[in-house]
Design a protein around this ligand. Sequence first.
Ligand SMILES: Cc1cc2nc3c(=O)[nH]c(=O)nc-3n(C[C@H](O)[C@H](O)[C@H](O)COP(=O)(O)OP(=O)(O)OC[C@H]3O[C@@H](n4cnc5c(N)ncnc54)[C@H](O)[C@@H]3O)c2cc1C
Length: 437
Amino acid sequence: MQVSILPNNDRQNAWLEILPPLPESNVLVDDLSFDHVVVGGGYGGLSAARRLAELLPDASIALVEADRIGNNAAGRCSGFIIDHAHNIRAKGFADDTENAKRGIELNRAGLDWLRAIVQEHNIDCDWRDEGKIHGAASEKGEAMLAGFAESLDAVDEDYTMLDAAELKRRFGTSFYTSGMLTPYSATCQPAALAIGLARTLPNNVTVFESSPVRSVDYGPPHVLRTSRGSVTSPSMILAANGFGEGFGFFTKSLIPLITWGSMTRVLTADEIERLGGLDNYAIIPAHPAGTTVRRIPEGRILIRNQYTYSANSEAMQGRDKITKVHRKSFENRYPMLKDVEFEYTWGGALSLSRNGAGVCGEVAPGVHATMAYQGTGMAKGAVSGRYLAELMVGEDPPLRQLLTSGTTPSRNFPDPFNRWGVTLNSRWRRAQAGVEE
Ligand SMILES: Cc1cc2nc3c(=O)[nH]c(=O)nc-3n(C[C@H](O)[C@H](O)[C@H](O)COP(=O)(O)OP(=O)(O)OC[C@H]3O[C@@H](n4cnc5c(N)ncnc54)[C@H](O)[C@@H]3O)c2cc1C
């Protein structure tokens, strides 16, 4: 079968562009055989390849990536390795306290494993165990924080409330009225992390980049073809996330979304003085449709918001409109930096399911898959890739069931209703977010 959706990224991803230039790709140009082949070099694929290689040191493993590792969603994301549910809801998060606790345990398993890899291999990715701050700027945002605090109380989780003066001291802006620090999450430079994870894979993994898989003859053995070579293997791991449906699995069951980031140029010394505050921080919005902000030590500020629907996970269309909203969000927060332009604006593909179920298991004979992390793919992608590899060698970590909720992604409404539904929902949430956007 032909793979029906292929990644098509620009080079507007700030996280990658501010790193030193990459060496040439190792492109797949021969017809090769491996014991296992992993498709996709995001957190899911990198983790599955690593764990499988650790468990099966004599097996040969190929990881085939369409683009450069670091120019995918893994390297385009905002770099929050999150332990809690992403969306804060006044109700719901801790309605089922046992399940909520296990969900946190699952994300922490991913976070802790990533941290251990970063430490063991000295991956230079600005990893910081400083938690995350949920920032509110309106009564609505504050009500959301209060609801979140109640939920955290119900599951015995630590947090510290921060008042407006403390937030001004940290962030330099008076925009935020209230905040909540939850201490366990970590942040990093996501492109540097993804590249570092790929470079430190065990020796029995061969990484091919700039090698989109264009067709697959499913077996086993499976034959995966790129435009210049092929991999034949009895075992395939599909970790293509937003592009997974293009391989013929979970057709019309994954919701393809793009979310967007912009990053400023480097602030001048004068601008840094005008702004004040710490030279590094990470703010998660109190409202799920609000704005993520990061200030990074390089003297740049990142803004992330908005979700758009794209049936083929295309992350370039409509960028001008997106940038205008980012501009407004930036100027609302940083009126003293009105003249500071964005140097980069980029999108990245996510994959969600309507019933919240992820994929971590066998999907056809000799085909395993990991995908659909509902937007928190750093921790969840890592743990899902790891557990998938463990499942493949006969283990079954109990928390794996949480990734799939014991089911499969439910079917979407047919298009155009799916597109309309997602678009209307996103507009409604944005309207609800108000000044929090
Ligand atoms: C702007 C933005 C901000 C985000 N912020 C956060 C955050 O702060 N924290 C968090 O946890 N998550 C965040 N996310 C979500 C996170 O990026 C994803 O959940 C995560 O990257 C998913 O990992 P993955 O390995 O499944 O997918 P990906 O990172 O998308 O990797 C899938 C890979 O498959 C490759 N592929 C696809 N088709 C083919 C093919 N035919 N041949 C070969 N390779 C192929 C793709 O090129 C890609 O590299 C954010 C996402 C975006 C876009």
